[in-house]
Design a protein around this ligand. Sequence first.
Ligand code: GLY
Length: 387
Amino acid sequence: MTRFESGTPADVLVIGGGVIGLAVAWRTAQRGLRVVVVDPAHGGGAVQVAAGMLAPVTELQYGEEALLRLGMASNERYAAFAAELEEASGLSTGYRACGTLAVALDADDREELRELHAFHRRLGLDSHWLTGRECRRLEPMLAPGVRGGLHVTDDHQVDGRRLARALVVACERAGVVLERAEVTELVVADGRAAGVRLSTGEALGADRVVLAAGSRSHLLPGLPEGVLPAIRPVKGQILRLRVPEAYRPFLSRNVRAVVRGQHLYLVPREDGELVIGATSEEQGYDTTVTAGGVYELLRDAHDLVPGITELPLVETSAGLRPGSPDNAPLLGPTALPGLVAATGHYRNGVLLTPVTADLLAEYLATGATPELATDFSPTRFTAKALV
Ligand code: GLY
């Protein structure tokens, strides 16, 4: 194995420089470990398409109470995480504590939201039912047909692209080595992960390897069979509009809706960007933006907020959410000694960035798995396969 700067292997090598990999690297370097992150384009990946909603309560699904705990823990640390990152990088993250309004357009949608509200109440979550009129008082641009909704004051937002840029700079300033290259192979020696081989032909050694390669994590050549389950790519198409100064505030908080059974969200940023998302399509690694995807988003968003048709449409894009078999992330040591996972965050990568970084850094620095990570052990899928 070859170098880590001075010729010695890194303590930790992270495969994947998306927000998860970078945040893990940043926090781990803060613990005094020597860290290298390998990626052809640091700060890229699914975050470049994400709306950046921090919505553990309004995105809650039945049976996902453990994920809710993790999401709430991450949401609670977000303000401090963003402030520390902004201080460390000198860049804004676009974090905005604005709350979320989830509304219904027809009787079926209202029934679905009512059930979600009842579930919130059983779990003791801060979630308030509003009439249609009360929803429109909060957000006057909503369509007159809005039948009611939920106001969740603690579901906020961050700008994923700004977050990624800030993490790149914070990593550099913390002494993390950002290696611009493709990983071509995981190197396993004496039954443990020992480093990687790069597209340049070079090999990098490390005491521990963190796999944070999103929906491609399980495809890493050299990864022994059964260590990771297949991570499925779930395509999301998204639109970016611009709200001219004269129209602001167009919306004051995140607005979500169930429109004819389809989930839609509008995320208004301080700088005037309005993100509308997202489709959810399971079609492999295709990231084509389709006319149908754009049409459905615009049609549903127009039903919800008719005034959007006045706004300039500045970008359409598509990305891949990394979905694990149970839609929850894989956090911590895998069945292969030396290999640690930080992947499978599915719809929650941006939300779970701070808590993932803290949990992984704690494990990498101490060797002990924090209690909050135990429900998300990668071996929940693979233990049987390897015995
Ligand atoms: N968390 C929003 C999405 O995945 O579309």
